[in-house]
Design a protein around this ligand. Structure first.
Ligand code: AMP
Ligand code: MG
Length: 310
């Protein structure tokens, strides 16, 4: 308990002084900074080598805090009740008098907002007088981090402080939903789209892979392990690591399993760890078998598709 408090205090101290630090979330680790501070936000973009036209998600502790920055609508309130805190990010309209740094949104009038569920991140947010912008803690276009060693793998000593919250429970990024006009999905993620459709009682527009760059994180080549990756592979080449959805009876040393028994939620949780391990094991190429395209399988396929653009 004592170490939790002292780590939160340290984290708060760095953030209050406009530094950015890595924080645990239930989706993936974030690289967090004061969303009201131009200095802090510029540091995030620089550390990640992220293009400035790729806006950040801002994390809030509660609705009172959010209301200072965004206009809330009925769809948002319905979904918030059901799914927040959790792995869903909403795109809302920014208020004119909001204090959000213009670097967060690349000067746009909309904001991506999320309420994280990880206990340490919640305690940290509660202790602050500002929300935290926190993109995934990885170099731009690379695999997100799901534990402290991944963050170190990405940034080495460049990061001042990592708040250790163990391994991320969900393991893939949040689902992004635009609530500006007709609700539309901008990114598949940790919350199954069909669950959102049930609450809103309508089919959602899927605005993914369109040429329109509504969401610059949706540029091709994202979530890449940094080596070539092929998808929907039935027979791998000898020099490829082969990723399979469930354990096979006959095992070869280049076989990597996402789960024991084809559980898609668990497969999503393990995805980035397995891809990182393959690279650390020295493979130069990856082949992945076809993954069922339902539930979080859609999120896995989205990430693999983008990684295959390497
Ligand atoms: P990351 O923080 O790395 O998980 O990426 C955040 C994603 O949210 C990126 O794909 C951004 O393009 C997307 N995003 C952030 N703000 C907005 C916004 N105002 N409108 C649409 N997409 C956004
Ligand atoms: Mg990211």
């Amino acid at each position: 308990m004592k170490s939790i408090q002292s780590n939160i205090k340290k984290a708060k101290n760095y953030l209050d002084n406009n530094h950015c630090i890595a924080v645990p979330t239930e989706t993936v680790y974030g690289l967090a900074g004061n969303a009201y501070s131009n200095d802090a936000i510029k540091k995030i973009f620089k550390l990640k080598k992220r293009p400035i036209n790729n806006p950040l998600i801002v994390h809030y502790y509660n609705l009172d805090q959010l209301e200072k920055d965004c206009d809330l609508n009925d769809n948002f309130l319905k979904l918030y009740k059901k799914f927040s805190p959790g792995p869903i990010t909403y795109i809302l309209k920014l208020k004119k008098n909001s204090k959000i740094s213009k670097f967060v949104t690349n000067n746009k009038k909309t904001l991506a907002v999320r309420f994280p569920k990880h206990n340490l991140f919640k305690i940290l947010l509660k202790s602050l007088s500002y929300p935290l912008a926190a993109p995934s803690a990885n170099l731009s276009s690379r695999l997100s981090s799901v534990k402290v060693s991944d963050v170190k793998d990405e940034f080495g000593k460049k990061i001042k402080f990592i708040l250790d919250g163990g391994k991320s429970k969900i393991g893939v990024e949040s689902t992004i939903l635009s609530l500006l006009n007709r609700p539309s999905i901008l990114r598949y993620g940790g919350l199954d789209v069909s669950k959102i459709e049930k609450v809103l009682n309508k089919k959602l527009l899927i605005n993914i892979n369109t040429k329109i760059k509504i969401s610059p994180g949706l540029f091709p080549l994202h979530y890449s392990p940094g080596i070539p990756l092929r998808i929907n592979v039935k027979i791998p080449n000898k020099d490829e690591a082969y990723v399979l959805i469930k354990k096979r009876k006959v095992h070869f040393k280049n076989y990597y399993y996402l789960t024991k028994k084809r559980n898609l939620d668990k497969a999503a949780k393990n995805l980035y760890t397995i891809l990182r391990k393959i690279k650390q094991d020295g493979f130069k190429k990856i082949a992945v078998e076809k993954i069922p395209n339902k539930g979080l399988g859609k999120t896995i396929n989205d990430r693999l598709n983008r990684a295959s653009k390497y």
